[in-house]
Design a protein around this ligand. Structure first.
Ligand code: 5MM
Length: 339
């Protein structure tokens, strides 16, 4: 079959499959490794990611694609096999993070603009040759009583749209990730309001830049209460509010929505996804593109020790399976306890 943007996007959100976000930049992976007392050396990062990509049960059955960092897409496994080939061999699609990070936005204290557009066309052409068929760009929108400003929302939406257009020109499916953070003490209703404004701006800019929606995947936050909010929205409320905001803002031509976990507990991220899929009757596939909610358990189980690789792989396969069931609306809390 000829590979088209549409066929890649469809494969990324195949029923019961989702994405492993393993694109931690050097600073982020160091933080994760510090938490398990592992030195962030190139070899340890390779060993850890090789452990994940060699988890056959997870990779073959539940993971449609993996988002990689620049170092990882060029790295080889211990036996010399390129890590990208391990991913492809399992039937999963290699992807690449191409943004250069969220930087302080001049004139807008407390807000960030994601950089990385300079030279992006050439970098995408190289990543295509290295095997990437989708990419990811993350914009960060923070909430306080006085932010986000329209300037921050619009500037980030513009950058996402220019990135997406460049991806498609290079035969690469863009994942557009406008993350509204859950760090504050705001209510779920305030998260709803900011998510609505953010998604509306994003889809206006995607249209302006002639981005083909059929070949684009959205990676949003869910509508949740801020972590420090005294009254936390329950599972069903999160599911209903998240679907409601998408119905207002996300065109039906988008083949799939894959969530970030954003600091939710592993089980909350799974339960929320499941509750949304249980609602049913939606025009888009709803699945996962979790970083922390897929990796926290395997990281802990592995803890940098070769003798723990099997335990790390079991932990990864379990979370991948739970989220696969949630993507089908078939997950149950008892399944966690049984494991
Ligand atoms: C895996 O974390 C990704 C990389 O973050 P940095 O560029 O800051 O190192 C992150 O972009 C991730 O792909 C998504 O935000 C989803 O991760 P979570 O942990 O929120 O599910």
């Amino acid at each position: 079959m000829t590979e088209t943007l549409e066929s890649i996007a469809k494969a990324m959100v195949a029923p019961g499959k989702g994405i492993l976000a393993a694109d931690e930049s050097s600073g982020t992976i160091k933080k994760r490794f510090d938490a398990i007392n592992v030195a962030s050396t190139e070899e340890n990062r390779r060993d850890y990611r090789e452990m994940l990509f060699r988890t056959e049960e997870a990779m073959k059955n539940y993971i449609s694609g993996v988002i990689l960092y620049d170092e990882t897409i060029r790295q080889k496994a211990k036996d010399g096999t390129p890590l990208v080939d391990l991913i492809k061999k399992s039937g999963s699609i290699p992807g690449i993070k191409v943004d250069a990070g969220a930087k302080p936005m001049a004139g807008f204290p407390g807000e960030t603009i994601t950089e990385g557009l300079d030279g992006l066309d050439d970098r995408l052409a190289e990543y295509y040759k290295l095997g990437a068929r989708f990419a990811k760009w993350r914009a960060v929108i923070d909430i306080s009583p006085v932010i986000p400003t329209n300037a921050c929302i619009e500037a980030n939406a513009e950058a996402l749209a220019r990135y997406a257009a460049l991806c498609q020109k290079n035969g690469i499916v863009p994942i557009v990730e406008p993350e509204v953070l859950m760090d504050g003490d705001h209510t779920a209703d305030r998260c709803f309001e900011v998510t609505e404004a953010t998604l509306r701006a994003l889809f206006n800019r995607l249209a302006l830049h002639n981005v083909k929606l059929e070949g684009t995947i959205l990676k949003p936050n869910m509508v949740v209460s801020g972590k420090k909010c005294a009254k936390q929205a329950g599972i069903q409320e999160v599911a209903e509010k998240t679907i409601a905001v998408f119905k207002r803002t996300v065109p039906a031509a988008i083949p799939g929505i894959v969530f970030l976990s954003g600091g939710q507990s592993d089980e909350d991220a799974t339960a929320h996804l499941n509750a949304m899929n249980a609602i049913g009757g939606l025009p888009w596939a709803l699945s996962f593109s979790y970083g922390r909610a897929l990796q926290a358990a395997p990281q802990k189980a592995w803890s940098g020790k070769a003798e723990n690789v099997a335990a790390g792989q079991r932990a990864f396969a379990h979370r991948a399976k739970m989220n696969s069931l949630a993507a089908l609306g078939k997950w149950k809390a008892e399944l966690e306890k049984a494991a």
